[in-house]
Design a protein around this ligand. Structure first.
Ligand SMILES: [Zn+2]
Length: 209
């Protein structure tokens, strides 16, 4: 078998085709991930960004695509600490307290990479990433990059995806996490973390040391 191994727990995977994209699902922790060489995946993601970008504000909000809602954002932001709070997104949550980046879509470039890059130099006390991590090919790099932005005792909060069956809710993401796959990914970071779910959205917290 020459399927790629699970990026979370390194177990074997089985192929699951979805809307023309090849996905693999871990036979052990049930983490699912897209065939990264797929041009189709990029096109499907781009289509979702275009379809879900607010025409007036230019804001794209992946949370709702994972069946999230405003209550979840309220709960997540209420846990943020310190003076400088940053949300990795270009979402408008109708509050002036957070740093928001306006975002222009250019079909030629990698939209998600640009959203993330635009936040990577910002130092903050706490950082919230709202459902962007499922779109990152390199999850480990994303977590490490975010971690560098917070001080000792700072806090990271990541919302990932909904905990329902992803086969019915694929929006072109690279990764679909499970609580178990998150544990594998996070324990390898050797930091303090906690996996949680708010309503039907899966997430995790990490603390600066
Ligand atoms: Zn696995």
């Amino acid at each position: 078998m020459d399927n790629p191994i699970c990026p979370a727990c390194y177990s074997d995977t089985a192929e699951i085709p979805l809307e023309g994209i090849k996905y693999y699902q871990c036979t052990f922790c049930k983490h699912s991930f897209a065939d990264l060489s797929s041009e189709k995946k990029k096109k499907i993601i781009k289509r979702f960004i275009f379809k879900n970008t607010d025409r007036d504000t230019g804001l794209f909000d992946p949370l709702y695509l994972f069946n999230g809602n405003k209550d979840i954002i309220k709960m997540a932001t209420s846990e943020m600490i310190g003076k400088n709070k940053v949300i990795v997104s270009n979402c408008n949550y109708k509050t002036k307290k957070y740093t928001l980046n306006r975002f222009d879509i250019n079909p030629e470039d990698d939209a998600f990479k640009r959203i993330l890059d635009s936040h990577m130099e910002i130092k903050c006390d706490s950082l919230l990433s709202v459902c962007f991590i499922p779109f990152c090919d390199d999850v480990y790099n994303f977590i490490t990059s975010c971690y560098k932005q917070i001080p000792k005792n700072g806090k990271l909060i990541f919302l990932t995806n909904n905990i329902n069956n992803f086969l019915h809710n694929n929006i072109g993401q690279t990764h679909h996490f499970t609580a178990q796959s998150l544990h594998y990914i996070l324990s390898s970071q050797q930091k303090n973390y906690k996996v949680f779910s708010i309503k039907n959205i899966l997430g995790f917290k990490m603390y600066g040391t």
